[in-house]
Design a protein. Structure first.
Length: 159
């Protein structure tokens, strides 16, 4: 069971989505590996409290993989996005995030730390995003490229 979950995580990064994460969690639970139990085991064995499910599955496939908390993973991903932006490699940006984009980036980080992934629907359903104008506002702030940004974030989250 763990190997099929690992396959979902490692081989389908481009298709990584909220649905894929839900399926991963479901497969692990059905296989006798609920996320909370896996986190507790990794805390005991690897001395890492609250490792995220992506790290746990990847470490199960490759022992030398690091374990990250959700917050650590989000910081790494957002730092990579900022770096891509500054070097002109970003999906959307060339240069710096605007002040308004920076605010939205913070809202997105807050959401990701709790959920690990992002979907278009989250912008209208999750208070930290919806309360600031939802999908329509974020789409405008990111120059009509929000879907590309979501895809890039999710790809990097699964890396």
């Amino acid at each position: 069971m763990l190997s099929s979950a690992t396959t979902v995580s490692l081989r389908k990064r481009k298709k990584w989505s909220v649905k894929a994460l839900s399926e991963l969690r479901e497969k692990l639970t059905l296989g006798g590996f609920p996320e909370l139990d896996l986190q507790k085991a990794h805390e005991i064995v690897n001395h890492k409290a609250l490792a995220d499910i992506i790290s746990i599955v990847k470490k199960g496939a490759e022992e030398n993989r690091p374990l990250f908390t959700a917050e650590e993973r989000v910081r790494l991903v957002m730092a990579a996005l900022r770096s891509d932006c500054l070097t002109g490699k970003g999906v959307i940006f060339n240069g710096k995030f605007s002040d308004e984009q920076g605010k939205w980036r913070q809202y997105i980080e807050e959401h990701l730390a709790r959920n690990l992934l992002l979907s278009e629907e989250d912008f209208n359903d999750i208070p930290v995003l919806a309360d600031h104008g939802g999908f329509r506002k974020a789409q405008k702030v990111f120059g009509g490229q929000l879907s590309s940004l979501i895809e890039e974030i999710n790809f990097k989250m699964a890396a």
